[in-house]
Design a binder for this molecule. Structure first.
Ligand code: G4P
Length: 283
């Protein structure tokens, strides 16, 4: 995230999202498909209150497809319709629009039952930084429409983006704060890019990432870095990757900082395969 979230920022973000929510019929809660639990705002149920909600798992191109399917089931069982999308390439977007429109129908019916003229259903995107809010809005708008800059308080004159004939989307996303307390969650947010490098130690985060990868995708790791057998110790795996890439310091030691940032970058770009870091009921 580009800013530290202090209580004042959080209160302002909450106020702003709640203000914008008054204008819409449906909230699109955008999550990172690789970490659907960790990329949720901790107060989301209170913030959205009774507003109809569509859970959207973005970056599904980077997540394990079978685990994403399990998450979709999990959310559906919890009473939240959910869909997986890839805002980068456009997969799942049509289904997302259809579901949002469906969820907005009762509100529109109620509105018209009061004798008012028909209007389009309205929705907005909410989520923590880096889940892909701007990319999704830009894709839907077909141009650079989303107000970027992850700061609460960026709302200017709102505009609506037409999504088919019945639904429109607020071009300003609701930016909410992530979870802070749990260290495991912080690691997942750092690994996936939701926390900026200035705030975490890449070597520590990389160690955690490699531990996960050794457990979840040892073959991908071994193949990518041509490791004949994975060493038992995580630091040794990292060092072997550094050797493979030739990341040496002047005295001949491995540059562990460079190696760590490189591995994290490779993971974020999907070069280490499609990898989900949490499964329902096992975060
Ligand atoms: P935000 O508004 O919620 O903060 O997120 P934003 O759209 O800025 O997206 C954060 C990062 O995630 C961007 O990468 C963006 O390209 C990437 N992204 C968003 N959606 C998807 C998706 O569905 N699949 C994949 N693979 N990536 C996605 P970045 O490296 O920070 O910037 P850049 O690549 O745009 O330069």
């Amino acid at each position: 995230m580009d800013i530290q979230w202090y209580p004042g920022h959080m209160a302002k973000a909450r106020r702003q999202v709640q203000q914008n929510l008054q204008m819409v019929d449906v909230a699109i809660e955008l999550l990172d498909a690789r970490i659907p639990a960790s990329s949720r705002n901790p107060d989301i149920n209170v913030i959205l209150k009774g507003k109809p909600r569509l859970v959207v798992l973005n970056k599904s191109d980077l997540a394990d497809a079978s685990i994403t399917a399990a998450w979709l089931n999990y959310f559906a069982r919890a009473g939240y319709p959910a869909v997986a999308v890839d805002a980068h390439h456009g997969a799942g977007i049509k289904k997302m629009i259809a579901l949002a429109e469906q969820l907005a129908r009762p509100a529109i019916k109620k509105y018209m039952a009061r004798g008012r003229l028909a209007r389009l259903a309205r929705c907005m995107v909410v989520g923590v930084p880096n889940v892909g809010k701007s990319m999704l809005i830009n894709r839907l708008a077909g141009k650079k429409a989303a107000r970027t800059g992850n700061r609460p308080g960026v709302t200017r004159g709102e505009q609506w983006i037409k999504l088919g004939g019945k639904l429109e989307l607020l071009d300003t996303p609701g930016i909410l704060w992530p979870k802070f307390e749990d260290p495991e969650t912080a690691y997942k947010l750092a690994v996936t890019g939701a926390i900026k490098e200035q705030i975490y130690n890449p070597e520590e985060v990389c160690e955690k990432l490699v531990q996960w990868l050794v457990g979840k995708a040892p073959d991908t790791l071994a193949k990518r870095y041509k490791l004949s057998a994975l060493p038992e110790e995580t630091w040794e795996v990292i060092e072997r990757i550094g050797v493979h890439r030739g990341f040496y310091l002047s005295g001949g030691k491995i540059d562990s900082y460079k190696t760590a940032t490189f591995i994290i970058k490779e993971f974020r770009e999907g070069k280490l395969g499609r990898c989900s870091l949490e499964t329902p009921g096992n975060q």
